[in-house]
Design a protein around this ligand. Structure first.
Ligand SMILES: C[S@@+](CC[C@H](N)C(=O)[O-])C[C@H]1O[C@@H](n2cnc3c(N)ncnc32)[C@H](O)[C@@H]1O
Length: 338
C-alpha cells in the first residue's frame, strides 16, 4: 500500500488544543468572561511568541509513549501507571522524553517506569497543609503559582471536583502536560497565566491556594485581596509563605537577593501577616503550621542538577542565608472569606 509523505510526518499539534475544550465549557457558564480574556492571552503566549526552548520542550512532550495509563494522586509520589507493561524501547522513550523536560523542581512523580526525584519534596508541604484545610470533596479549587501542578493533582486526589492551576512558566506547563497526557479527561487544568490575569472578584472557587507566591509579590496585600476575590463567600484561602521570627512590628525586606532568589520583596513575621489580614478585613485566620525548610526538602538531584538550598545557606551557620538573613521559615494560614 502506498503511504503518502503527509502520513509519515509527525502529527500536527497546536498547544491551544489543551485549552479549547475547557474554554468552550467555560463560555457556557460563570467563567465566560475569563474564557474570552484567556483565548488571545494563551494564543499570544503559546503560538505567537513561544519561549526559546519551547520547540525542544514540546518535542520532548510529544515523544512520550502513547499508552493507556491511569493517574493515582492518592500517594506522596504522583503515579502514572500503564495498563500494560511497557517494552524496554517504550521505557527508554518515556525516560528520554521526561529527561528533556528538566529541570524538575516540584514533585515527586513516577511516570510510567521513570521515577522523577524533583528538587523539592512537595509532598512534605502537602502533608503539612492537607490536615488543616476544609475537606476538598466536591470543591472547585484554584492553585495560584502551582509550579508543575504536583499539588493540583493531590487536590484532585483529595476529592476536588475541579482544579485550576495557574503558573506563567511554560516548562511547568509541559511538565504538567506530561501527566495530563495520561489523564486527558481529569478535571485538572494548568493555565500558563499570572494572578494578575485572573479577573477581579471572580467569586467562583471554594478553595484558593497561594503557596510560595506572596513573597514574590511587590504588593503582597493586593495579592491577598486578589486571592480573596476569587472565592465564594465562606470560601477558604490557604496561604503559604516565607516568614521571619518576630513580633507584630517585624518585617524583612531584603536589600537584593534572599537565599539567592531574585524578586523577593517582603517576609513578614506571623503576627505581622495576621495584622495585614486584619487590616484587609479578614476576621477568621488560623496559623496552622510554621516549619523551617531543611536541606532534605529542597536539594539538587539528577532531575534538578543546579544549586539548591544547601548552596544558598551560610556554610558557617545554617541558620542564616548566604546573604546573612534568617534561613527560610515557612508558615501556612487558613483564612475564611466572610
Ligand atoms: C516557589 S514556587 C511555588 C510552587 C508551588 N506552589 C509550591 O508551593 O511548591 C512559586 C511559583 O509561583 C509562580 N509565580 C510567580 N509569579 C506569579 C504570578 N504573578 N502569578 C502566578 N504565579 C506566579 C512561579 O512561576 C513559581 O512556579
Amino acid at each position: 500500500m502506498a503511504v503518502s509523505a503527509e502520513s509519515l510526518s509527525p502529527p500536527m499539534f497546536s498547544p491551544m488544543e489543551w485549552f479549547d475544550p475547557l474554554l468552550a465549557q467555560w463560555r457556557q457558564g460563570p467563567l465566560a468572561s475569563w474564557a474570552t480574556q484567556l483565548q488571545p492571552l494563551l494564543s499570544a503566549k503559546l503560538v505567537q511568541q513561544p519561549h526559546g526552548d519551547w520547540a525542544r520542550w514540546q518535542q520532548a512532550w510529544q515523544s512520550l509513549p502513547q499508552v493507556a495509563a491511569q493517574v493515582d494522586a492518592s500517594q506522596d509520589t504522583l503515579l502514572v501507571h500503564a495498563d500494560q507493561p511497557l517494552t524496554p524501547a517504550q521505557q527508554q522513550q518515556a525516560r528520554e522524553a521526561l529527561w528533556g523536560l528538566r529541570p524538575w523542581r516540584k514533585g515527586p512523580f513516577q511516570i510510567l517506569d521513570t521515577f522523577i526525584d524533583t528538587e523539592w519534596r512537595s509532598d512534605w508541604k502537602w502533608q503539612r497543609v492537607a490536615p488543616h484545610i476544609a475537606d476538598l470533596t466536591g470543591r472547585k479549587v484554584l492553585d495560584v503559582g502551582c509550579g508543575s501542578g504536583y499539588h493540583c493533582w493531590r487536590m484532585w486526589g483529595a476529592g476536588a471536583a475541579e482544579v485550576i492551576g495557574i503558573d506563567p512558566s511554560l516548562l511547568f506547563l509541559l511538565q504538567f502536560q506530561a501527566v495530563k497526557h495520561y489523564a486527558p479527561t481529569a478535571p485538572v487544568h494548568l493555565l500558563p497565566v499570572r494572578m494578575e490575569d485572573v479577573p477581579p472578584q471572580l467569586e467562583y472557587f471554594d478553595t484558593t491556594f497561594s503557596m510560595g507566591v506572596l513573597y514574590h509579590r511587590r504588593d503582597p496585600l493586593e495579592h491577598i485581596q486578589q486571592l480573596l476575590g476569587t472565592l465564594v463567600p465562606g470560601g477558604e484561602l490557604v496561604l503559604e509563605t516565607l516568614v521571619v521570627e518576630g513580633d507584630e512590628n517585624t518585617l524583612l525586606m531584603p536589600e537584593d537577593r534572599y537565599a539567592m532568589m531574585r524578586n523577593v520583596w517582603f517576609l513578614p513575621s506571623v503576627p505581622m501577616l495576621l495584622r495585614w489580614l486584619r487590616r484587609l478585613g479578614v476576621a477568621d485566620a488560623r496559623v496552622v503550621d510554621v516549619t523551617a525548610t531543611r536541606c532534605e526538602e529542597q536539594r539538587s538531584t539528577e532531575w534538578m542538577p543546579f544549586q539548591s538550598l544547601a548552596d544558598f545557606l551560610d556554610p558557617e551557620d545554617a541558620s542564616k542565608t548566604i546573604e546573612g538573613y534568617p534561613a527560610p521559615l515557612r508558615a501556612t494560614f487558613c483564612i475564611r472569606k466572610r
